[in-house]
Write a protein that binds this ligand. Structure first.
Ligand code: SAH
Length: 249
């Protein structure tokens, strides 16, 4: 295992929640860290591995007041320059809709040494906990990962939803709960069948995990009825049907 030196920042993926999904590098880093700057999605179970470190919650939270990115970058740089071993801990994988790249570029600009520890992303590992394979040979050979809203909080501008619907047999949406009506409407208008299977997996891999199986057409009404909410991963495609046989939790 590489030594965690003072003054370094390790950007670490925490996985979707179940601490068993941490990598060995992540566990070593959490144990050695002086300070762990984590986002709101990191589970308590994972933070237990950082018992010896100062914990700082600094992360963006959809729809809630949250720290500005420059503030987070400045904190990471300041902690490193104070000679600490700093873990920047992010839910899932740091580079999957996690602003990991922005933080690394800020470290580079400030001359701070860093290491990247990838994590299991909710859109693959979280779905696996619901018995949904993101690819399977008989169903789909491509998959698209999309964010349901951009930095403005609106659904992403400039996405050609008709093209998205045609491009991949499986669409995996992050941060999409607020815009499901708009997204499903645009996918149907773009040519996807109204009865295309949709699964919504809330708090994947955690004891509170809930899964809703619905269709593009019924998604919004069923989400409302079920009370399922963020954080949730939405998968769209026939691969969801494998859940009937493969759900294992
Ligand atoms: N870097 C993270 C994603 C950050 S964006 C990753 O790789 O997983 C935040 C979004 O991730 C949430 O809105 C939700 O869509 C998804 N997400 C993260 N953890 C989740 C979990 N345990 N269950 C369901 N969705 C999750």
């Amino acid at each position: 295992m590489k030594e965690f030196n003072k003054g370094e920042v390790w950007l670490v993926g925490a996985g979707p929640g179940d601490a068993g999904l941490l990598t060995l590098h992540a566990v070593e880093a959490l144990k050695a860290a002086d300070v762990v700057v984590h986002d709101a999605l990191v589970s308590a179970e994972v933070l237990d591995y950082a018992a010896g470190a100062e914990l700082v919650l600094l992360g963006k939270r959809g729809g809630q007041p949250s720290p500005k990115q420059p503030e987070i970058n400045a904190r990471l740089i300041a902690e490193a320059k104070a000679g600490k071993r700093v873990v920047r801990l992010k839910g899932g994988d740091p580079f999957m809709f996690g602003r990991g790249a922005e933080e690394v570029l800020a470290l580079v600009a400030a001359g701070v040494r860093f290491r990247i520890v990838p994590g299991i992303t909710a859109g693959i590992g979280g779905l696996a906990y619901a018995g949904i394979p993101v690819t399977s040979r008989d169903v789909n050979s491509s998959v698209i990962f999309l964010t349901g809203h951009d930095h403005t909080g609106l659904s992403p501008e400039g996405i050609d939803w008709a093209a998205v619907g045609k491009a991949a047999g499986m669409i995996v949406l992050y941060m999409a709960m607020r815009h499901m009506g708009e997204i499903s409407g645009k996918l149907i208008a773009g040519g996807l069948a109204a009865d295309t299977p949709v699964s919504v997996v809330m708090r994947a891999s955690l004891p509170e995990m809930q899964v809703l199986d619905t269709t593009l057409e019924r998604a919004v009404a069923d989400i409302e009825k079920s009370g399922i909410g963020a954080p949730a991963i939405v998968s769209i495609g026939r691969g969801n049907l494998l859940r009937e046989q493969m759900a294992w939790v």
